[in-house]
Design a protein around this ligand. Structure first.
Ligand code: NAD
Ligand code: LMR
Length: 333
């Protein structure tokens, strides 16, 4: 039985003690390695009133399973190639982990040929079905898929730079974890900003700006490398069975929840995110951004860098420009 997002949201709002703005979240790629645990975490998020799952395969089973969890969010599932629009109607936030993951020996850019078309087709469906939603892009290579998504929305005349966000939260999650271990701190007290993009040497943790820490030069080199290549660590350990899924689901759910709070009117929410940016010469770049009722309300700069960080940044910007141009050229075909 199909229910509209609005009817489901009204029921969910009526069943909670605190009435909040209804927040309908759609997950595209919901039956995948990230999609399933991400959808579970979103089903448990009190800010989500309607959860709409879409995948080209296996969505009914995931939706039926999740719908039995006794949390207010109502769950529906749509499956089948070309049916995304049905799942997207009424969505406020669309989270997109659709696409193939890496195997050992691959770079994220090696996923471009497959994932570029998937992302472009989903952007097209979003432009038609929910042109005012916020879009959170997880599909790799993020440095190119975000520009592809932007160009596709522009073709349909519905691009809003404040509502398109590449999710780089996993880099921050990793940085917090590795820095806390290195410094012998409680991880809940550590907050590392990670700027740049989401691929290898474009991932730039700003260790010089983490308060109350002391790093040797060797620590800085080793930690920076580990944060840049944390994804490879998981790809190698999974040995052909894919890339990070559980930590990504955790990171994606955290970012979505922060965005929902901001859309709901909570002020002062800041996260690092890969957005259209004039902070460097790269057209898309990750820095801390403030989230507000319309998506990104302010893109912040990166503050004062150490000489080491400046050198890494100078090398990353040309790569970010090239990877964005590759996405833009693909979308122009
Ligand atoms: P997966 O193969 O387990 O799941 C992907 C899902 O996407 C599958 O269920 C598949 O059926 C679905 N799919 C494929 N084409 C689709 C389409 N056109 N519409 C809807 N669904 C479609 O892969 P995964 O491990 O979940 O990873 C998904 C993507 O996320 C990969 O590209 C991976 O590289 C990326 N990723 C990004 C980050 C990040 O930090 N941004 C972290 C981890 C993984
Ligand atoms: C990650 O950082 O874990 C993801 O981008 C997946 C990958 O390919 O490494």
């Amino acid at each position: 039985m199909m229910h509209s997002f609005a009817a489901r949201a009204a029921r969910a709002a009526a069943s909670t003690k605190t009435v909040r703005k209804a927040s309908n979240v759609a997950v595209l790629g919901a039956a995948g390695g990230i999609g399933q645990p991400l959808s579970l975490l979103l089903k448990a998020d009190p800010l989500v009133s309607g959860l709409s799952l879409y995948d080209v395969v296996n969505t009914p089973g995931v939706a039926a399973d999740l719908s039995h969890c006794n949390t207010p969010a109502t769950v529906t599932g749509v499956t089948g190639v070309g049916n995304a629009e049905e799942a997207l109607k009424g969505a406020d936030v669309v989270v997109i982990p659709a696409g193939v993951p890496r195997k050992p020996g691959m770079t994220r850019d090696d996923l471009f040929n497959t994932n570029a078309s998937i992302v472009a087709s989903l952007a097209e469906a979003c432009a038609k079905a929910c042109p005012n939603a916020c879009y959170l892009i997880i599909s790799n290579p993020v440095n190119s898929t975000v520009p592809i998504f932007a160009e596709t929305l522009k073709k349909h005349g519905v691009y809003d730079k404040n509502k398109l966000i590449g999710v780089t939260t996993l880099d921050v999650v990793r940085a917090n974890t590795f820095v806390a271990e290195n410094q012998g701190k409680d991880v809940r007290d550590v907050k590392v900003d990670v700027i740049g993009g989401h691929a290898g040497t474009t991932i730039i943790p700003l260790l010089s700006q983490v308060p109350s820490t002391s790093f040797s030069d060797a620590d800085i080199e080793a930690l920076t490398q580990r944060i840049m290549f944390g994804g490879d660590e998981v790809v190698k350990a999974k040995d052909g069975a894919g890339s990070a899924t559980l930590s990504m689901a955790y990171a994606g759910a955290h970012f979505t929840s922060q965005l929902l709070k901001a859309l709901d009117g909570q002020s002062g929410i800041q996260e690092c995110a890969f957005v259209e940016s004039s902070v460097t010469d790269a057209p898309y770049f990750s820095t801390p951004v403030t989230l507000g009722p319309g998506g990104v309300s302010e893109v912040h700069g990166y503050g004062t860098l150490s000489a080491y960080e400046q050198d890494v940044l100078d090398k990353a910007v040309p790569d970010l420009i090239a990877q964005a141009e590759k996405g833009i050229a693909f979308a122009a075909k």
